[in-house]
Design a protein around this ligand. Structure first.
Ligand SMILES: [Mg+2]
Length: 163
């Protein structure tokens, strides 16, 4: 169980993820969380550095698919802004959400990675399907109350460093 909560990689921000390294691992598909991974929670502003990281990835041949438990309207809005695909299923960490995204990307478990800021949804869900998982630090401290409660358990279990 604890093994499934451990990400393969931990970074501060998506911008710190080395895309060429991922490509060398044979990864070309990225399932990515939206809130606090790409966009500050509940906000609309796009961070220029994040946008540039995405564009660099797309130019290298990476395909991205957003999987979020947030509203479909918000998911579709940012998917179109970023030129990403959007999974039609929610319910992370359930496998159906990640399987749906993998199908949308036409990827498989060998060439797909999961990036997100939450251990109990993004990392657990990705690891249950044996995908390569990358944990990022949440962009914003302002979070949904349920998420804040999960943070307590994350800190206890994974001893995550907090700034
Ligand atoms: Mg998130």
């Amino acid at each position: 169980m604890f093994k499934k909560l451990k990400p393969d990689q931990m970074v501060e921000s998506v911008c710190d993820i080395k895309l060429d390294e991922l490509m060398r691992r044979g990864i070309s598909n990225i399932i990515i969380d939206l809130d606090n991974t790409l966009i500050p929670w509940g906000e609309e502003n796009i961070i220029p550095e994040v946008y540039q990281w995405i564009k660099a990835g797309q130019e290298m041949g990476f395909k991205f698919c957003i999987v979020s438990n947030g509203s479909f309207k918000r998911i579709r809005h940012f998917a179109s802004k970023f030129g990403m695909l959007a999974a039609s299923k929610r319910g992370k960490p359930l496998s159906r959400a990640f399987k749906n995204a993998m199908m949308t990307l036409e990827g498989n478990k060998h060439n797909t990675a999961v990036i997100g800021d939450q251990i109990f949804t993004d990392i657990l869900g990705g690891n249950m399907l044996d995908l390569y998982t990358i944990l990022v630090e949440p962009i914003s401290k302002r979070e949904f109350i349920g998420t804040r409660i999960m943070r307590f358990f994350e800190k206890t279990i994974a001893k995550r460093r907090r700034p």
